[in-house]
Design a protein around this ligand. Structure first.
Ligand code: KIV
Length: 263
């Protein structure tokens, strides 16, 4: 996947697949899959570090994880998520913060919301930094949104999102994440844009889909929002493997001669 392929995919009605990836080992696995894009998402604050929301992700953390993912998946399009407030400073600071993720190896950055971001998006693209937008449920605004809820439910809220999607396209975004909006609104926004939309909890009509890696693997045992489909019972399988390992230690089965040096 290359930056030029996004437009082509939309024109040819070929779906785009994206998954979050935060570390080298996962990146090596994902590099051998057919997934199109790896997102080093600020959701790592919650998924990897156990924070309550994404506000604790910092540019330093995102830089480190972006570098790890890039080392593990040299063949993939890698997107770096700009964390909370790192693109709400002066124009030059915002640009150099985005530059940090690009220099870490990302092929593009993602940022949340339209209001107050459109000039920056234009400047970033003029500076050689492709930008993916993110509308709907924007987790960095959780304190304003009052919880992880479906967005764009009323006619007026839907109108705002439709307008913002067009503004992001005009500003220069090459693509857009739509998070937690009704499927009909996801469809309407998708059809109104020339750039592809990538949905999470936005229904089946978006141009692509994204899920958090740990969610699709079923690693987050007690996290089952409606939009997550688990493709593996990862929590149970890993737990059982570790218990099996401990059983073999206790029973003397591991290590056998096969796993021991003889001289
Ligand atoms: O940080 C993240 O994982 C994201 C996705 C949910 C789109 O922004």
């Amino acid at each position: 996947m290359n930056i030029l392929d996004f437009e082509k995919r939309k024109l040819n009605q070929q779906k785009i697949s994206m998954v979050t990836c935060y570390d080298y080992t996962s990146a090596r696995i994902l590099s051998e899959t057919s997934v199109d894009i790896l997102l080093v998402g600020d959701s790592l604050a919650m998924t990897l570090y156990g924070f309550e929301n994404t506000l604790s992700a910092t540019l330093d953390i995102m830089q480190l994880h972006t570098k790890a993912v890039c080392r593990g998946a040299k063949n993939k399009f890698i997107l770096g998520d700009l964390p909370f407030l790192t693109y709400r400073k002066s124009m030059s600071e915002n640009i150099s913060n985005a530059g940090v993720l690009m220099q870490a190896g990302a092929h593009a950055v993602k940022l949340e919301g339209a209001a107050g971001n459109t000039d920056l998006i234009t400047r970033l693209t003029q500076s050689g930094i492709p930008v993916m937008g993110h509308l709907g449920l924007t987790p960095q605004s959780i304190a304003m949104l009052g919880g992880y809820k479906l967005q764009g439910k009323t006619a007026s809220a839907a109108e705002v999102l439709k307008r913002e999607a067009l503004l992001l396209q005009e500003a220069g975004c090459f693509s857009l994440v739509l998070e937690c909006v009704p499927a009909a609104l996801g469809k309407e926004i998708t059809e109104s844009l020339l750039i592809p939309t990538i949905g999470i909890g936005a229904g089946r009509f978006t141009d692509g889909q994204v899920l958090v890696f740990q969610d699709l693997l079923g690693l987050n045992k007690d996290f089952k929002p409606k939009f997550v489909k688990t493709f593996l019972n990862g929590f149970e399988q890993i737990k059982n493997s570790v218990d099996h390992y401990v059983d073999e230690i206790n029973s003397g089965v591991f290590p056998s001669d096969e796993h021991s040096y003889q001289s």
